[in-house]
Ligand binder design. Structure first.
Ligand SMILES: Cc1cc2nc3c(=O)[nH]c(=O)nc-3n(C[C@H](O)[C@H](O)[C@H](O)COP(=O)(O)OP(=O)(O)OC[C@H]3O[C@@H](n4cnc5c(N)ncnc54)[C@H](O)[C@@H]3O)c2cc1C
Length: 328
């Protein structure tokens, strides 16, 4: 195998899984992420002594390859099972959930597995890639912060949500542009609510039905968290979509009021966040897509399923497909 120089835009779990496979196979991989840290939507927000996972809440593992990876994360101590009391909440009535789903969370925060993978990789953070260029048959990238960067790549992979990926690759590949355009991603307004005293609610997480919120959870019930009472409440994708045009300052009082009405408790402190591309509308089975004629690839949850497992598998398969192909 001749080692290739491979660039990956996006150091969420998909980009990191892809980079891990390619690095193990001997390729030279560089990742770029616009954020200050890695993990993307597997994220955690600190607020004074409080804090909460405000993106992915927990994950499950069903695919044998991902089960193996989750076991590696367990062995490394970066995830733990979340033995939580999860209920469904419908019009004020609490019902236990059927089934015995094994849920995992990153420890001490949801970012932990991403940080674990990134330790072995070359990641350039705070680097927002705004353009890609083909120069002398190699790929170069342009960042908002520094302009044309000095790296050159034989193959370039986008591991970012479809709308953002389209903006980068559309000028070079109609095939990839078309793949991006087929996908719809849904928004999610999220409230992080912090309390001086524990809430007297007899559950750690609730799927809420017929309501503005679709999920609420006590973040400090997760292993390794701050002891201070911190809740996350995620608005339904439909409500978030209908209220996308409003600003954070307009939405915040609505989310706080509705959370207080639902729980009967007054929030001491709060923050809000809009996930513009929180999840894929319809799961797909593509895993990843490449246009070998221009040496560009796409991966990310949106090519499979908007779960940590789906994103990891998409990145893993992107890496494997490059390792196994004779075309690149
Ligand atoms: C509110 C919410 C709740 C969720 N709940 C769950 C859950 O309970 N269980 C579950 O399994 N999954 C959940 N998910 C889904 C899960 O978080 C995602 O499917 C998964 O993390 C996506 O990983 P990814 O690597 O494909 O994308 P991302 O995590 O979005 O990573 C993409 C990365 O690319 C970076 N980036 C974007 N554009 C650029 C650019 N131009 N230049 C450089 N970097 C760029 C971003 O900063 C980001 O770090 C949830 C998601 C959200 C938003």
């Amino acid at each position: 195998m001749i080692p290739k120089r491979i660039g990956i835009i996006g150091a969420g779990i998909a980009g990191l899984a892809c980079a891990t496979e390619l690095s193990k196979a001997g390729h030279h991989v560089t990742l770029f992420d616009k954020s200050r840290g890695v993990g993307g939507r597997m994220s955690h927000r600190h607020y004074e002594k409080w804090g909460a996972d405000h993106g992915a809440q927990y994950f499950t593992a069903k695919n044998p390859r991902f089960i193996e990876e989750a076991q590696r994360w367990l062995n490394a101590g970066v995830i733990e099972p979340w033995d939580a009391k999860i209920v469904s909440l419908t019009d004020g009535v609490i019902s236990p959930l059927e089934g015995n789903t094994e849920r995992y969370v990153g420890v001490p925060a949801m970012t932990a597995p991403a940080k674990f993978l990134a330790q072995e990789l070359d990641v350039k953070v705070s680097t927002n890639i705004i353009e890609i260029r083909q120069i002398n048959d190699l790929w170069r990238v342009v960042s908002k912060e520094e302009g044309l960067l000095h790296f050159s790549f034989d193959f370039l992979i986008s591991a970012i949500p479809s709308v953002q990926a389209s903006g980068l690759v559309a000028g070079y590949s109609n095939e990839l542009k078309e793949v991006c355009s087929r996908v719809k991603m849904l928004p999610c307004w999220t409230l992080m609510a912090y309390f001086k005293n524990p809430l007297p609610l007899d559950f750690d997480g609730a799927f809420v039905n017929h309501h503005l919120f679709s999920w609420i959870a006590r973040d400090n019930a997760k292993p390794g968290r701050s002891v201070y009472e911190s809740w996350v409440a995620q608005a339904s994708n439909q409500w978030s979509h209908e209220n996308l045009a409003f600003t954070q300052f307009e939405i915040e009082p609505i989310l706080v009021k509705v959370f207080e009405d639902l729980t009967g408790q007054v929030c001491d402190l709060y923050q809000t966040h809009l996930w513009r591309y929180s999840k894929l509308e319809t799961p797909s089975e593509q895993n990843c897509v490449s246009d070998f004629s221009v040496r560009l690839g796409l991966c990310g949850d949106w090519l499979r399923n908007s779960t940590v497992e789906g994103a990891w598998l998409s990145g893993y398969f992107m890496g494997r497909s490059l390792i196994e192909t004779k075309e690149a």
